[in-house]
Design a protein around this ligand. Sequence first.
Ligand SMILES: Cc1cc2nc3c(=O)[nH]c(=O)nc-3n(C[C@H](O)[C@H](O)[C@H](O)COP(=O)(O)OP(=O)(O)OC[C@H]3O[C@@H](n4cnc5c(N)ncnc54)[C@H](O)[C@@H]3O)c2cc1C
Length: 385
Amino acid sequence: MDHLLPVQLVELQGVAANLAETVIAPLAAEVDAECRWPAHSMQAFADAGLLGLQVPSELGGLGQGLLGLCVLTETIARACSSSALCYGMHCVATAVIAAKATEHQRDHYLREIAQGRHITTLALSEQGTGAHFYLPETRLDADGEDFIVDGTKQFVTNGAHADSYVVSTVATGAEAGDFSCLIVDKGSAGMQWLDAWAGFGMRGNSSRPLRLEQVRVPARNLLGEPGDQVWYVFEVVAPFFLMAMAGTYLGVAQAALDEASLQLRSRRYSHSGEALRDVESLQVRYGELWTDLVKTRALVREAARRGDAAHPEALPFILSCKADAAETAVRLANEAMTLCGGAAYRENSRVARLLRDARAGHVMTPTTGLLKLWTGRSLLGLPLL
Ligand SMILES: Cc1cc2nc3c(=O)[nH]c(=O)nc-3n(C[C@H](O)[C@H](O)[C@H](O)COP(=O)(O)OP(=O)(O)OC[C@H]3O[C@@H](n4cnc5c(N)ncnc54)[C@H](O)[C@@H]3O)c2cc1C
């Protein structure tokens, strides 16, 4: 527990850590091996009141911002990265709904989420525009009181398990940039889940393509005003998504360090009686890895605090921290694989799983390539796009 965090957040971190240890960690290997969506984790979050992390307190939620999100996803990912990803995507989509929620959206979605009765998630990415997730090609047409949505989303985390999906669209015949986000309820006529995706890592997140064929969505499910999607993407989706991911990959990095520590302490040679931790060069290496981890955590939390405070210089912190967390996760998992020796270098060892999970950090949008570009552009006074 980090007692330097705000008191309410220390308590929430304690609740999450307890669930991580008792409910989530014991099934993490099965989640990975069977590509199983972690229903047990999501149910535990619902029962503990954690699904409402991003719901305002006046609607019964926990009213947390970016700092709460990165701390909780890190705590969960230390036990199971897929559970952290599923929880994180639910939290990001919740924040998107909450940003400009109408009375209907508050009652129908946010209060239900706070009560642990509703899971939501993000469906933004598309095959056609890939890493450029802010450029949807899914079409939106007004039809009387409703909208008609037509297109295909790729990699929808919590796919086919969530109760609603925050979908990005572009109005047919609109000027460039006239995008909108709306909430599509599960089971809407015209929704079709395509083949499940078996990932290299992050295998339990049920990330699936979703075909939306002439799906009729009531106008009251539109988020904000028509054409607001660019505001949503850069003001809400990006910061919350980056914090959820940065927290998740920090948790992966911490878990890799945990594994290295365990092995350095427990592995003892019969010929010398020496433990691995008695070897000086390994002490130096372990210290360097720990330093990498705490530097990244400091950057992530600084970004979160600045974002929560709407600090004028928050942007480069927020943009850089997820790329840094992904690099730290890959480096620490890779190094743990070396430090743990042959014990780790076997099929589906915990370290092998962490190394596979860590690799997703670079390709999940916004990708490391784009984030580094945007960080430099923001620091040099250039527009991001
Ligand atoms: C485990 C997992 C879960 C996911 N969950 C979700 C989800 O819940 N919702 C959702 O909407 N999406 C989700 N995604 C989608 C994810 O965000 C996509 O992987 C992302 O959009 C990348 O798309 P792509 O694979 O087509 O990459 P591509 O567009 O093919 O890019 C390939 C590489 O080229 C780089 N690149 C491209 N253009 C540039 C440029 N101009 N400058 C620098 N580098 C560049 C990219 O950074 C990337 O590394 C998930 C993905 C994964 C792996």
